[in-house]
Design a protein around this ligand. Structure first.
Ligand SMILES: CC(C)(COP(=O)(O)OP(=O)(O)OC[C@H]1O[C@@H](n2cnc3c(N)ncnc32)[C@H](O)[C@@H]1OP(=O)(O)O)[C@@H](O)C(=O)NCCC(=O)NCCS
Length: 142
């Protein structure tokens, strides 16, 4: 991995960056709890936070990527992959066998990226997003 890239769990002093990166509808108190529960991973480039990954657990058991975002200008340099690898190591150590993720059906680029980092399409939900847009789901065995 590029020496300038560092992946770690978010800490309380990353709160403002986390708020900036996450969806506007997400309540601040929830972000705070996610930080405490090691459910947010950050990527730093040269000491500056540029990548954000928030994990959720379906039925409170099965890991699912709620959001992954790399700041424009830092993409296609391995940062997204590095966050996935960090998450996978953590999940394996905690006994998980599969990781889920998803993407809007009308966004081919993040779908291509999921396939590139080893996810396989495993189903979809119709009309779940604004504008009646569906969501395609991916799984990756760890
Ligand atoms: C999707 C995203 C997280 C990928 O992060 P990234 O740091 O750019 O990805 P990486 O550099 O780790 O890419 C890994 C591989 O996927 C490829 N890749 C990256 N973005 C791609 C894209 N849009 N389409 C196809 N392939 C892509 C890279 O070229 C690389 O391939 P290589 O190993 O052959 O060089 C980032 O582009 C992003 O934040 N996009 C906007 C938000 C978004 O769409 N999030 C996902 C919502 S589901």
């Amino acid at each position: 991995m590029n020496q300038k890239i560092k992946i770690r769990f978010a800490e309380s002093n990353d709160f403002d960056f986390c708020i900036k990166m996450d969806y506007k509808h997400v309540k601040k108190a929830l972000i705070k709890r996610h930080i405490e529960d090691k459910m947010i991973i950050l990527a730093e480039f040269d000491g500056k936070p540029v990548g954000y990954l928030r994990i959720e657990y379906l039925w409170l058991i099965i890991p699912y990527i709620g959001l992954i975002f790399v700041v424009d200008g830092y993409r296609k340099q391995g940062i997204g992959t590095a966050m996935i690898h960090f998450l996978e190591d953590y999940l394996i150590k905690n006994g998980h066998k599969v990781l889920y993720s998803s993407s809007q059906v009308n966004e081919p680029e993040p779908q291509a990226w999921h396939r590139k980092v080893g996810f396989k399409e495993c189903g979809y939900i119709t009309g779940i997003n604004e504008g009646d847009i569906g969501e395609v789901f991916f799984s990756k065995f760890l």
